[in-house]
Design a protein around this ligand. Sequence first.
Ligand SMILES: Cc1cc2nc3c(=O)[nH]c(=O)nc-3n(C[C@H](O)[C@H](O)[C@H](O)COP(=O)(O)O)c2cc1C
Length: 357
Amino acid sequence: MSELPIRPDAPWLAPLAGWSDLPFRLLCRELGAAVCCTEMVSAKGLVYGGRNTEELLATTSLEGDALEDGSSVCDHPLVVQIFGAEVEFMEQAVLILRHRGFSWFDVNMGCSVPKVTKTGAGAAMLRDVPGALRVAEAVIRAAGPGRVGFKIRLGWDEEHEVYLELARRLADLGAGWITLHPRHAVQGFSGRPRHSAVAELAHELSVPVIASGDLFTAADGVRTIRETGAASVMYARGALKNPAVFAEHGRLIAGGALEGDLPKGSGIACEEGRTLDAQHACDVLDDLPADSAALFAVIRRHAALARRYAPEHALLKMRTFVPRYVKNLDGARALRQEIVSCRSWDELDDILNRYLG
Ligand SMILES: Cc1cc2nc3c(=O)[nH]c(=O)nc-3n(C[C@H](O)[C@H](O)[C@H](O)COP(=O)(O)O)c2cc1C
């Protein structure tokens, strides 16, 4: 089993409930995401075999899938994020996932949505460190040391910061990596993330630390790695707005951005076999609307992947994604209006053909 890349030049796609589905992950991978996380999956739902859970676990074969257009796609390495506060369900969930061929896992200790925290899961685990460690021990036992990461916040609130103690103990138990979104749970997404806490963890821990939080552009991500010593970063909302952020990240690092200024110069060549011209896409997305061809290629590719892998629900999601992608494009208002009300894939194709040529 190969190692999971956790390096500055290997940015991750964060878990994004409702968004980091198979088509979006494949799109991000073609644009340079080295590792992708699933949306969070309920351990209990997994053990009881809910239909929704199956959809969240949709992926390609390990070798990849050949598509009708002649391209091939591969959704690996993939990290399955699970949530739950009960030791038995969490352990059982990992055993089931392993049996089904999944190899890498992440435990959600950061989600602050009440639906999750009221069950004791997500960021509520920061309020019960001994309980969180019991879960961690069981999950690591089921997965194997080094195969589980933990995604945490600073603590529940300012008066109860636990990240340092918790992360140390998780590393001692055999965590493979720690991701820190350096806000308190009560903050949700408000205020600014305190990335100095990422630096503190990166300095203290023997396992890799991944930074998350307000990394909206590749320059944000690379600067955070440089200033904190984090092993890598996860792009979340930044990827939703611009999936070419991964290509730009690679380009900045290859151009020496970890040492000197953060240049915009050219860098990485596209990996062979990639369907999208990632290099071109990030140039263009940086500088809309000079040339929209690559942005349109991203949109078309996302639509094709969504139609292939999730035809039932993906159209609704595309109606949200596309307006976000074209937000900065001149004259995109009419396109946005048509997209948000389109009702079939054929209609979406028609609209894209009309606007994107
Ligand atoms: C729509 C949305 C869904 C998210 N879903 C998850 C999730 O399922 N699991 C998780 O650990 N974090 C989740 N997060 C948190 C992100 O992974 C990330 O840590 C957070 O957005 C901070 O990064 P950003 O400021 O760069 O977006 C979600 C965030 C957003 C905006």
